[in-house]
Structure formats: C-alpha cells, structure tokens
Design a protein around this ligand. Structure first.
Ligand SMILES: Cc1cc2nc3c(=O)[nH]c(=O)nc-3n(C[C@H](O)[C@H](O)[C@H](O)COP(=O)(O)OP(=O)(O)OC[C@H]3O[C@@H](n4cnc5c(N)ncnc54)[C@H](O)[C@@H]3O)c2cc1C
Length: 403
C-alpha cells in the first residue's frame, strides 16, 4: 500500500525548493525529494540577475547568501565574433531593480541554502531519493515509485506531483509532456583560478560556433562556461578537459586568459539542450523550472524563471489543494495562463538572441548598434529581469538594432 502525501515535489533545485517553501508557508504538507545529496555541484554559469536577488529576498535566504561575500555584479559585457562589444549596466537600465547589482553565486551554496530554508519551513526532505516511475492519475492522485541510495523502493501517492527535476525531467517524460528543442547545444563548465582581466561584470564572448561565459565568483576564482553545438561537442568524447581548453583558445577575447592548469573544479558537461514541455500541467501534475521550459544559458535567466515559476505554481496549487477534490488540469489552468503572461516576452527575447547568434555577422552588427545607440543598458535590464521585455520586443527597438 502506498504512503499518502499532499504534494510530492521531485527535484530540489531552485524551482523545487522554492515551490516547497511557498507551499509549506501556506500551510501545506510537502515532501521534497532529490536524487542528489546536498550540497552538490551543478553545471551553471552561476550568474544571478537583480530580479533573482529579489526572489531570494522574498524566500528569506538573501542574508545567508550575502554572508558568503560573493561578487556583486554590475552588469554584463558582450563580445561578438567579429570584434564588436558592448557593456550594459543594471544601474543605467531604467526600471526599478530590487538592487542595482546581480550576484555571482556558486550553485553549491545557492541550492543548499534554499533546501535548508525548505526544511526550516517544515518541508519533509528526502535526499538521495530518485523518482523511478510515475503513475497515471488515479482516484487519490498520482503514485510516485521512489528509490533510495540502497536501491530500496517505496511508493507515495500524492494529490499533486510537481516535476521540478530539471532539463531531462523524468516527470515530464513519463507524463508524455517532454519536447526536445531543435537547437541542440552542450555546455562545459569549470571553476578556474586566476582568470585575467575580470571586473565586476559577467562576460559573454560569442564565437563562430558557440559562446563562452566568464563570471567572477570571488576569491580569484571564475566560473568558465563553454557552450557549443552538440555536433562539435562530440569531439570532446574521452577528453572533455582538453576539448574545453582547445575551444576556449579559439575565442580571441578569451585566448590566453584562462589557465586550465589552475582548474579548481573539474569540467562538468551537460546537454544537449534545449528542451521544453508541451504543457506545464496535467491531471495531478505540474511542471516548474527547467522541467517546464529551458532558457538558453546566454541570457542567464534560468534561476530567475525557476523562482518566478515556483511562486506562480504555489499560488495556483494553494487554491487547488484547499478545494477538497481531485486536482485536474482545469484547476491548474491559472498556472498555465500566469506563466504565459510572465514569460512570453522573455521567451521571445531569448529566442531572438538565439537566432541572431546563428549568424555571427548579424550578431556583430546588432551588438555594435546597441552599443553606439546607447541601447545596451536596456537590453541588460531586460535580461536582468527587471525591465519589461516589451521595451525590446517592438519594431522601434528591433529596427534600430538591425538597420
Ligand atoms: C551551462 C549552463 C549555464 C547556465 N547558467 C545560468 C546562469 O548563469 N544563471 C541562471 O539563472 N541560469 C543559468 N542556467 C540555467 C539554470 O541552471 C537552470 O535554469 C536552473 O538550474 C533551473 O532550476 P531547476 O530547479 O528547474 O532545475 P535543476 O537546478 O536542474 O534541479 C533539478 C533537480 O532535480 C533532481 N532530479 C532530476 N531527476 C530526478 C529524479 N528522477 N528523481 C529525483 N531528483 C531528480 C536533480 O538532482 C536536481 O537537483 C544555466 C544552465 C546551463 C546548462
């Protein structure tokens, strides 16, 4: 006989922990599981936008994170493949950011801090517990078959299962909601000591095939991320570190700055991405974070979207859980609509940037114009999540960028 629970959340990354915190604070019984033991590493550029910082304050973890004394980021520098460059600063972007700086924050610290906050809010947490099988909707909800580190299995039936299990979401796949994106990229991410020429901005270097992100984490350590098409990444088989180094050296504005001999956290490989879900809800099921939709790392919006999505998910679920009936797709419609309202503009901006990067000449021209016409700060404010995306997604802005 399966154990009974109100909500089971699969995945204790930012999306899962934040959803758990909101629901527990609203008085619901929440079980949060993750296959990892925390603190754990995660392949990510570890850049948090000013709006992400606001979400972290709402979740009550910002003071703890600030106490780690990591770099306050003033904005982003972008270098295009043919030499054009821009620098956008949050403080000059308009809008009303929570803070005029973002944060460079190791995921090892961020994710463990959020998980601790979930525990403190009363969430039941099971680490080293993996979702193996998710049932179809039954009279009491959905049954998750979970496996612990010793290989023991047990079943939990919950009125709602939240899939917060990331890019390769098992929940989304087993519910038939997973959709692989057409643009397949693979990322290689390391922490390297002594990267030269860094300031208090994140750097993005776009090449003819892919891009490199440099993010100053503090303590003279930088996050170095390389993103390349999956076809090129195939060459890395058996020697990820060697491939990583060779590729970094093909970016003129990165060449000679990263001494891989000073790598302090080995190269982690992740992908291929992107992926998205056909729908973010089904009967007794809701997807949040990367499981629902993956944002390309270039704009650094993944964690913000995970936290924003978590707040929307919890709001809808709170109402659905209070109504004493089975949780159907129809009852979760509010979440789908809220996601669309919150993310449509961001999706368009992210996809426009993705397409522009496919043509290095077009991208170079757009970067040069943004810089010359003083529009870079606005774009950085949009990707920093505190300036409305519609300030960029309009004929006037796009026209000035290209023509
Ligand atoms: C190369 C790269 C760079 C990025 N850089 C940035 C950046 O600088 N800034 C930014 O904001 N975003 C960035 N992102 C995006 C960001 O990492 C994600 O959007 C974010 O992690 C999404 O959070 P999440 O909670 O949805 O998923 P995740 O953080 O992936 O968490 C999912 C959790 O689910 C667990 N899990 C998975 N399957 C199971 C299972 N079957 N059973 C139990 N547990 C399971 C995993 O262990 C994991 O802990 C980057 C992404 C990549 C790939």
């Amino acid at each position: 006989m399966a154990e009974r629970a109100g909500v089971v959340i699969v995945g204790a990354g930012p999306a899962g922990s934040a959803t758990a915190i909101h629901l527990a604070r609203a008085g619901h019984a929440v079980t949060l599981i993750d296959r990892a033991r925390f603190p754990r590493e995660k392949a990510c550029s570890e850049y948090l936008s000013p709006e992400t910082v606001r979400h972290l304050a709402t979740l009550g973890v910002l003071d703890t994170l600030d106490a780690h004394g990591r770099t306050a980021l003033e904005g982003t520098r972008v270098r295009a493949a043919h030499g054009a460059s821009l620098i956008g600063r949050f403080a000059d972007a308009g809008g009303s950011p929570f803070r005029s700086t973002g944060l460079a924050m190791p995921r090892r610290i961020l994710d463990a801090t959020l998980l601790d906050a979930a525990r403190a809010a009363g969430v039941t947490v099971h680490e080293e517990t993996t979702l193996r099988v998710l049932s179809a909707m039954g009279p009491h909800g959905r049954t998750s078959t979970l496996e612990d580190a010793a290989g023991r299995r047990h079943a939990v039936t919950a009125r709602c299962v939240v899939g917060a299990d990331g890019l390769r979401s098992v929940v989304a796949r087993q519910a038939g909601l997973h959709r692989q994106g057409w643009l397949k990229r693979v990322a290689f991410v390391a922490h390297v000591e002594g990267v030269t020429g860094l300031g208090r901005v994140a750097e993005m270097h776009v090449g003819k095939a892919g891009y490199v992100g440099l993010n100053p984490l503090g303590d003279n350590i930088a996050n170095v991320a390389l993103v390349v098409p999956a076809a090129l990444a195939a060459e890395a088989r058996g020697d990820a570190a060697g491939f990583f180094h060779r590729q970094l050296e093909t970016f003129p504005s990165v060449r000679g700055r990263v001494d891989v001999a000073r790598t302090v956290r080995e190269v982690m490989v992740t992908g291929p991405f992107a992926a998205s879900s056909r729908r973010s809800t089904a009967d007794g099921l809701l997807l949040v974070g990367d499981a629902a939709d993956f944002f390309d790392p270039f704009t650094g919006e993944g964690v913000c979207s995970a936290l924003a999505g978590a707040a929307l998910a919890a709001e809808t679920l709170d109402g659905a859980l209070r109504a004493n009936a089975a949780i159907t797709t129809a009852q979760l419609a509010g979440y789908r609509h809220a996601r669309r309202r919150a993310f449509l503009g961001k999706w368009i901006v992210e996809r426009l940037i993705g397409y522009a990067m496919l043509s290095p000449r077009l991208f170079d021209r757009a970067v040069a114009r943004l810089d010359r016409r003083g529009m870079a700060d606005t774009l950085i404010g949009v990707t920093g999540d505190f300036v409305s995306p519609w300030r960029v997604v309009n004929p006037w802005f796009l026209g000035k960028m290209i023509v």
